[in-house]
Design a protein around this ligand. Structure first.
Ligand code: FES
Length: 67
């Protein structure tokens, strides 16, 4: 059984859903709920490590790049 699901959004964040603890490098808790959390993978968010929607400014994170 899967406790945590991480879904990679094409040109968007990592969606983390399930019971897990997310901390920073000093182990300060950033999220400890079962709610859906969107983690930035574009580097453009103003509230890292969370996604704030800034990836819509041209982030190309396609999982299946053209060949
Ligand atoms: S992935 Fe959404 S702001 Fe970076």
């Amino acid at each position: 059984m899967t406790d945590v699901t991480i879904k990679i959004r094409n040109n968007g964040p990592l969606l983390v859903q399930g019971s897990c603890l997310i901390t920073d490098q000093d182990e300060n808790v950033l999220s400890d709920s079962d709610k859906l959390v969107a983690l930035c993978r574009c580097g453009l968010s103003g509230s890292k490590p969370m996604c704030d929607g800034s990836h819509t400014d041209g982030f190309d994170g396609a999982l299946n790049p053209p060949t």
